[in-house]
Design a binder for this molecule. Structure first.
Ligand code: ZN
Length: 200
């Protein structure tokens, strides 16, 4: 980004000089949310090192730390809403995170941005590209496995919602480790692995 210091000043003013997620005050840095069309403070959040390390996946997610999202998710700042949404998606194994994800309201535009970034975020995962396909718990998936949905999913174009808990048998892996194919309501659809759990 071109003017980091100016950004930082804007963000510090907006955030009240605390981490916009957990309110920590030390070591705050500017984090730009992908995908950002152009550098702008509107596309950035001010974060502490603890939050940042888990967001950029250099540290494992600590669900307890993210209780702070119960407040942050209600922020009026779209960038904070977006990052909270993405984190809650990654935490959707946690009952409270799933409930919160169901409750928070995001404007259509913000939601689109939040979802677009789910791909980008996952693309920055520590595993090398083209690596294993894993479910939301990191359990490896293989052709023919059965999975359950951990989230209600709107099936675009098919006009129905695949409900959380739906069992999908005989999935097929795709070239993209974040996507598998499966049949729901007799329709073959692409499922994002972050919304799946391997059925045992
Ligand atoms: Zn923080």
């Amino acid at each position: 980004m071109s003017e980091p210091s100016e950004f930082e000043a804007t963000l510090r003013a907006r955030a009240g000089a605390v981490c916009e997620l957990c309110s920590a005050t030390d070591g705050l840095t500017v984090h730009e949310l992908p995908p950002a069309a152009e550098p702008s403070p509107d596309h950035c959040v001010l974060l502490c090192p603890t939050c940042l390390s888990q967001i950029d996946r250099s540290a494992p997610l600590d669900p307890k730390h993210w209780f702070c999202l119960q407040q942050a998710a209600w922020s009026e700042v779209p960038a904070v809403q977006v990052i909270a949404y993405r984190l809650l998606s990654r935490l959707s194994e946690e009952g409270w995170a799933r409930d919160l994800l169901d409750q928070v309201y995001l404007a259509d535009e913000t939601l689109e941005w939040a979802r677009a970034g789910l791909d980008t975020d996952a693309g920055q995962a520590s595993d090398p590209p083209g690596s294993r396909t894993v479910d939301s718990n990191g359990t490896e998936l293989a052709d023919g496995d059965s999975v359950t949905l951990i989230k209600d999913l709107d099936v675009k174009g098919a006009g129905f919602t695949a409900k959380r808990g739906t069992l999908v048998k005989g999935i097929r892996l795709t070239d993209n480790p974040e996507h598998v194919e499966g049949r729901v309501n007799k329709v073959s659809i692409v499922l994002k692995t972050c919304f799946l759990k391997k059925a045992v």
